[in-house]
Ligand binder design. Structure first.
Ligand code: SAM
Length: 206
């Protein structure tokens, strides 16, 4: 499958996946995993509204926004500086807030103006946080929408993400999760940019 994307996305990917940004860990995704997700978003889901939990520097938020037609919202408890990534985004709104507190999902839902088509979870990586956030946010995702998890790959604990080996507990949650699930995990056979092993992306169809 060709992973060629529309021009605005190609431009953002070229700006983000530079050796400097990869070395600095500014871009926290693997190019093949991100391209695969964006392609599926554009070709299959066609999301109108996307929410990301865990903005960091906003690189992924910007990419998700370019594959979303109406509005993208991304949340973080800390401001890491998002000006660079925001230049590439479209209809992206950022909130500085805890994504795991009761009621936050309603506040964000009001700003979104409709149900979530795609929820990208990439913030607190402790098992209890993921359980809490899944309970809070999954009712906000429309039937047929996707809940996407970053860091489902158990091998990521020994890769660059292994800087927090005890706190990446997404693989346990992902394994226990029942439903229609798709895994996007980069391997050494592809030519795309990013550290290996990488986090891996898991898509749950609601
Ligand atoms: C792995 S980084 C996100 C990377 C980003 N999604 C990307 O691909 O560039 C995790 C982020 O989650 C944030 N975070 C952790 N716990 C959070 C919480 N409870 N609510 C909101 N953000 C949180 C951290 O501050 C950090 O910026």
């Amino acid at each position: 499958m060709s992973l060629q994307l529309p021009p605005l996305l190609e431009a953002a990917i070229e700006a983000f996946f530079t050796p400097e940004h990869i070395a600095a860990n500014d871009i926290q995704q693997h190019e093949w995993e991100m391209r695969s997700l964006l392609k599926l978003m554009l070709d299959v889901l066609k999301p109108e509204r996307t929410v990301e939990l865990g903005t960091y520097k906003g690189f992924t938020a910007a990419l998700l926004s370019l594959a979303t037609s109406e509005k993208t919202i991304s949340l973080d408890i800390t401001d890491y500086g998002t000006d660079y990534a925001k230049q590439y985004a479209r209809n992206l709104q950022l909130f500085l807030t805890d994504a795991a507190i009761d009621g936050v999902e309603q506040v964000i839902g009001n700003h979104l103006g409709g149900p979530i088509d795609l929820l990208y979870i990439d913030d607190g990586h402790y098992y209890e946080t993921i359980v809490k956030e899944f309970a809070l946010w999954s009712p906000m995702v429309r039937s047929g929408g996707w809940i996407v998890f970053h860091d489902i790959n158990p091998l990521a604990n020994i890769g660059p993400h292994g800087t927090q080996p005890d706190s990446i507990q997404v693989p346990r949650f992902w394994k226990e999760l029942n439903g229609d699930k798709t895994e996007l995990i980069a391997n050494a056979q592809n030519k795309y940019r990013g550290h290996l092993p990488h986090g891996g992306i898991g898509i749950l169809k609601v």
